[in-house]
Design a protein around this ligand. Sequence first.
Ligand code: MG
Length: 276
Amino acid sequence: MRAGTVTDGTRTVVAFHDGDRWFPAEPQPRSFIDVLGADARAGEPLANGHRPAVPFRPARNIMCLGKNFRAHAVEFAAYRSETEAVPESPIVFTKAPEALCGAEDPIEVRRDVASSLDYEVELGVVIGCDGSRIGADAALDHVAGYTVVNDVTARDAQERHRQWFLGKSLPRATPIGPVVVTPDELGDLDRLAITCHVNGELRQSAVLGDMIFGVAETIEIVSALVPLRRGDIISMGTPSGVGIGFTPPRFLADGDTVVCAIEGIGELRNVVRIVP
Ligand code: MG
């Protein structure tokens, strides 16, 4: 099942995605997660002109993993002149729900905070049921679906404030979607390609099997300390090839088009808008 939230500018509905068409869920669910895995019915296809909005906004902070691909950990450490590149335990930080924007929305950022804007394509894991101290063997039972996240980052703020929350939470600058796909539809995650293009140029490319900490292991480690709640999102960290990894860095600029994709899920296609 592939479900998202779409809008035509006046009305926003939860809808299933099939082929290139959207079919509204009937009846509309009280919360987005309700349609995943349920025997929800689909109505007549929506008219053209609907575009994906944020599938749902988590009630709590979004959890994100830092440096969860080996090659990215090395490139990031090189930038910071660190000796220890690959983490022994997941680095976990949070992102504000207000940071999310839709799969085709502009990434609109004020000029005064946009001098080192960077892209990070990531797998988003949507938690479907509560749990604490979840064992790795049961962890995937807690996953409602998967989506694509572009963990857009203000690198200077990330560096300046030491803790990553501020630099990772610019309002409406973290694209997510276009759909949440249930696990049964994706099968083995490890073989799925994850890519990011900027203005058509391939910058990030890996398979999900390259992640240092996989989904089940991450759920076990996180839930040993903090209970996971239905509707939480864990963004699994990014492959190498981010802007800060280049010499000199190649940050995002006004008018750039960023396309983040995961095979079997879909793509985020967002234009960067630097505003006064
Ligand atoms: Mg990230």
